[in-house]
Design a protein. Structure first.
Length: 145
């Protein structure tokens, strides 16, 4: 499943700029995991496909006013422990070659399986080149209305 691209991608804050439109009626709660680091085989070059590489993932997932603020129940929000477990499984089991596809799989999981209304996913290969700190991709998606 491919999610529509958010045209407000350029924002630096973890809150979606689009909240100023139809989503403005409800506050956005953002659950996040930053710096999830793991080893996986991913890439397009032959050398990348025979040994694990380090990937670092940041995930921000928004819910319009999660009920957990009132109920204090994990079932009323996104359980970042469950997201953590799903990320571990993705690192272990995926068969993707591009960071873009890896990020899209995470975004789709958060929207489809965890009910996120908005997500931002950053996937980084640190030290891919000796003269570069990191390469990667950032994607932002919204759930279909």
């Amino acid at each position: 499943m491919s999610l529509p691209l958010n045209p407000d991608f350029a924002t630096e804050t973890p809150l979606p700029r689009g909240a100023a439109t139809a989503d403005a009626a409800q506050p956005m709660d953002v659950i996040f995991i930053e710096g999830y680091t793991g080893e996986t085989v991913i890439g397009i070059h032959d050398v990348e496909l025979h040994r694990p590489q380090t990937l670092v993932v940041d995930v921000h997932a928004g819910l319009p006013r999660a009920q957990a603020c009132e109920t204090d129940r994990i079932a009323d929000t996104i359980d970042y422990g469950a997201v953590h477990g799903r990320l571990a499984a993705l690192y272990r089991d995926h068969k993707l070659t591009l960071l873009e596809s890896f990020a899209e799989a995470i975004a789709t999981m958060l929207v489809t399986d965890f009910g996120a209304a908005w997500v931002r996913v950053k996937v980084v290969k640190p030290k891919k080149f000796p003269d570069v700190a990191a390469v990667g991709v950032v994607i932002e998606r919204r759930a279909p209305r």
